[in-house]
Design a protein around this ligand. Structure first.
Ligand SMILES: [Fe+2]
Ligand SMILES: [Fe+2]
Length: 174
């Protein structure tokens, strides 16, 4: 993790943007782990925010980043793997969105989601992003511009998703 952070200065903007999202999710997950059993409001807020942020981040990667880099890196299998991992993460998020889990199952599902995401993030930062960074065929300025533009509508969407999630993840007793 420290490694990835110390190298961000030399990364293209598009990658820095994605890494910043990764750090944010990690930070919130660490906060979640420190919360006591009774801290329901705070737990719900973190779950809703992280899930909404992950959906936005996944879409940013799937819609622009992955397709742009896929044919321009040596190991395009990394993108296929990443897409499968995104789908598994979305399946876990859908379980949280459905809102029919009791609080213990909800917390367990969220933890599994975050652990899974941490693994995915490691692969992106240690395998995929270094490959992308060294590609000479990618127009990084155009890529980051395109991503920044999509980001605006994704952030708006994420706010709505977060508000919906706050309703569904809250206060189900076993
Ligand atoms: Fe990512
Ligand atoms: Fe990803």
């Amino acid at each position: 993790m420290t490694n990835a952070r110390s190298t961000t200065a030399h990364q293209p903007e598009a990658i820095k943007m994605l890494i910043a999202d990764h750090r944010e999710v990690e930070k919130l997950y660490k906060q979640f782990e420190k919360l006591s059993d009774g801290a329901e409001d705070q737990k719900e807020a973190i779950i809703a925010h992280v899930c909404a942020a992950l959906l936005a981040h996944a879409q940013l990667e799937e819609q622009i980043f992955y397709p742009t880099v896929k044919e321009r890196i040596k190991d395009s299998d990394l993108i296929d793997e990443a897409e499968v991992e995104h789908q598994s993460a979305k399946d876990l998020i859908a379980k949280l969105q459905a809102g029919d889990l009791d609080n213990e199952k909800r917390d367990a599902t969220f933890k599994v989601l975050c652990e899974y995401i941490m693994h995915h993030v490691q692969e992106e930062e240690h395998e995929l992003f270094p490959e992308v960074s060294k590609s000479k065929e990618i127009d990084f300025d155009a890529l980051s511009e395109e991503m920044s533009e999509l980001r605006i509508s994704l952030d708006e969407e994420a706010e709505k998703t977060e508000a919906q999630l706050l309703k569904t993840v809250g206060r189900k007793k076993a």
